[in-house]
Write a protein that binds this ligand. Structure first.
Ligand SMILES: CC(C)=CCC/C(C)=C(\C)COP(=O)(O)OP(=O)(O)O
Length: 411
């Protein structure tokens, strides 16, 4: 019987320590010393104790992004007063280190090749027309190279890059960038139609040509259709179905975001965190097995405990995006630091610190869940969890260096 068809049973402490050690060993580039201490350092601990330690330990570590790497996030826009609250005096709010690995591999030439081919494709489908140089400089090919160390195959990486760039483009064109035609009043109507392209509808014959024409003329729709056709060369039926499901979740969350912008209503912190769990980095992250050339069976992928584990990683990773894009977002946009400043009266520095703490809590939660799951899951699940961890490391590196977030650094 598949382990995922029955509930997980409490584990013996020595089992947990042993499995956690294996998991950590497989998590290339993980902060192994810290994880070992947390997960397996004391085999006498009961599993619940070991797990709760993961949530309690917030000490600065020797790994991850140090507070020193966050000055840009703390600085605010040059020449502008600090938003909403006065900053705290220096070092009263020390930002903890990120609990997140670094990249498992960095192969700039591979990233460049994928990036160039992606830009060529973007020109063909018509997205980022007149902005292709900026698209190139964002280095989405590099993002995919960094986040998917399991393959050297540029075509596999390119297929995934296309759908990920289509996702970003839909966010830019339909929600975020007014100068690219985004209008919150129209967002839900647009994503409604787009979903019918992602999960193709069977329209009555008489109306099909109108949809076909719409897809040809709407670059975002064409980007999704073309990108998904390429991706389908590498997906199984369940893998493509899970991608479509994740798009439905994403589009709903983007509609929610548009409604806040349209009405001017600001979400509470808990509500924003829920939103960011749906508008998270799961869309690119759940492709880790597709790109690496194996399949996490649907029975495990959709198991609530597995989904809980990788969803924590997906939300944590997107909170790093919130930190890095603080200075580029429009005034009506919302992020976790902004929600914290607005609702809890935090200064900018306090909000950054709190965001890092929440990120770390989620990542520690992911590791705790992953350690427990790898005791009973399939080898594919074990690999999927390790690849998820590696994805976070690659994403962290990209956010720290991409021109999408830092106008003057290398893509
Ligand atoms: C890859 C991708 C776009 C995933 C879906 C979730 C999503 C729309 C984002 C992470 C983009 O969020 P955000 O608008 O905050 O990103 P930017 O800061 O604009 O890059």
């Amino acid at each position: 019987m598949s382990v995922m068809s029955r509930p997980l049973t409490p584990l013996a402490a020595d089992d947990l320590a042993q499995r956690a050690a294996t998991l950590v060993a497989d998590m290339r580039a993980a902060p192994t010393g810290e994880l070992s201490a947390l997960l397996g350092g004391d085999p006498g601990l009961a599993p619940q104790q070991a797990s709760s330690l993961l949530f309690l330990s917030e000490q600065p570590t020797t790994l991850g992004m140090s507070a020193a790497r966050l000055p840009l996030l703390l600085a605010g826009r040059p020449g502008e007063p600090p938003p909403l609250a006065e900053p705290e005096p220096e070092d009263s709010e020390e930002v903890p280190e990120l609990f997140c690995p670094g990249p498992v591999r960095d192969n700039p030439a591979l990233g460049e090749e994928v990036n160039e081919r992606m830009v060529e494709w973007a020109a063909q489908v018509g997205i980022y027309d007149g902005r292709l140089e900026h698209l190139r400089s964002c280095g989405f090919g590099r993002l995919m190279m960094l986040t998917h160390p399991g393959t050297e195959d540029p075509d596999r990486l390119l297929a995934a890059t296309k759908v990920v760039v289509a996702e970003w483009a839909s966010d830019d064109y339909y929600l975020d960038e007014a100068e690219m035609g985004a209008d919150p009043e129209m967002t839900a109507a647009r994503f409604g139609v787009l979903y019918g392209v992602v999960d193709p509808v069977a329209l009555p014959q008489r109306y099909r040509h109108e949809l076909d024409r719409f897809i040809k003329e709407e670059p975002i729709a064409l980007a999704f259709r073309s990108g998904m056709e390429h991706l389908a060369r590498y997906t199984t039926v369940p893998q493509m179905a899970r991608f479509q499901h994740q798009m439905a979740i994403l589009f709903t969350a983007l509609d929610q975001n548009a409604s806040w912008r349209h009405t001017g209503r600001r979400p509470r912190v808990w509500e924003y965190l829920m939103h960011r769990s749906h508008n998270s980095y799961l869309p690119p992250m759940i492709l880790v097995d597709v790109v690496a050339g194996y399949e996490l069976p649907a029975q495990e992928f959709f198991h609530p405990q597995v989904r809980r584990a990788y969803s924590m990683a997906g939300t944590a990773a997107v909170l790093l995006n919130d930190l890095h894009s603080m200075d580029k977002e429009a005034d009506d946009d919302i992020s976790l630091p902004i929600a914290l400043m607005e609702e809890e009266g935090c200064s900018r520095q306090q909000a950054v610190k709190r965001t890092v703490e929440i990120h770390n809590e989620l990542m520690r939660g992911f590791v705790a869940e992953a350690a427990a799951l790898s005791l009973t899951g399939s080898p594919m699940l074990h690999r999927f969890l390790a690849d998820t961890w590696a994805w976070c490391g690659g994403s962290r590196e990209w956010h720290a260096t991409s021109r999408r977030y830092h106008a003057t650094t290398a893509a």
